[in-house]
Design a protein around this ligand. Structure first.
Ligand code: E4P
Length: 221
């Protein structure tokens, strides 16, 4: 399973990249706003800066909600760097935009997916990725992981090449469960990725190994 980091924070992206397990980055307008990036030129420069930090895919979201606007913005974003994936919302004009970009060979990420029907029509339109928001479904007492299972079944039934990008991942169990189900990608915060590393038995075991080694060195010294 590919690991994307879900942030526009350059420090966190750098930290994940240095760990050596990062396959990409997802951003959205809220994450960009959180970093205080204001104005079109600064936003475009921030995407360039992110692309310079990572080896692979960077999702950049359009703000327009009409077909012509999405095409115009998406083309500007795609021209920034080969790593850019144009993020398109799951709305009627978004489907048309997915088809347009797919026909032009420009990668897309269809965002704000909350049902398997939405994932099906996005795949039909040629989306490179679909982003089901599992955490936000969990927030309203609906099983987010169940949605990943449903989409996996539909895509496998018909051999759709659209990749399932589990989004709105909140904690390490989401990551583990997505991997068990067969999500192609997950995007989550750095904290959830780093939490995969920790186990108290590892911490204690290592402390014991190092203490025993130190003691044995004292005896033979
Ligand atoms: C996905 O691309 C979104 O940026 C993101 O995962 C949303 O997560 P949230 O529900 O934690 O805001």
């Amino acid at each position: 399973m590919k690991f994307f980091i879900d942030t526009a924070n350059l420090e966190q992206i750098k930290e994940a990249q240095e760990l050596g397990v990062l396959d990409g980055v997802t951003t959205n307008p809220s994450l960009m706003a959180k970093e205080g990036i204001v104005g079109q030129e600064n936003i475009l420069q921030h995407y360039r800066d992110i692309c310079n930090l990572v080896d692979d895919k960077v999702s950049a979201e359009v703000i327009a909600t009409d077909f012509e606007g999405m095409v115009k913005e998406g083309e500007i974003l795609a021209a920034l760097d080969d790593k850019i994936v144009v993020k398109i919302p799951m709305i009627r004009d978004g489907i048309k935009a997915l088809k347009y970009f797919s026909d032009k060979g420009i990668r897309t990420n269809c965002t704000l997916i909350f049902s398997s029907g939405q994932a099906l029509i996005a795949a039909k339109a040629g989306a490179t990725y679909v982003s089901p928001f599992i955490g936000r479904l969990d927030d309203i007492s609906t099983d987010g992981l169940r949605l990943i299972e449903e989409i996996r079944l539909i895509y496998d039934n018909y051999g759709y090449e659209t990749e399932i990008l589990a989004a709105s991942v909140r904690h390490p169990m989401h990551i583990i469960n997505c991997a068990q189900i067969g999500s192609d990608v997950m995007t989550g915060p750095l904290s959830a990725i780093l939490a995969l590393i920790n186990h108290p038995l590892t911490t204690n075991g290592l402390a014991t190994f190092l203490a025993d080694h130190a003691k044995s060195q004292e005896v033979t010294a």
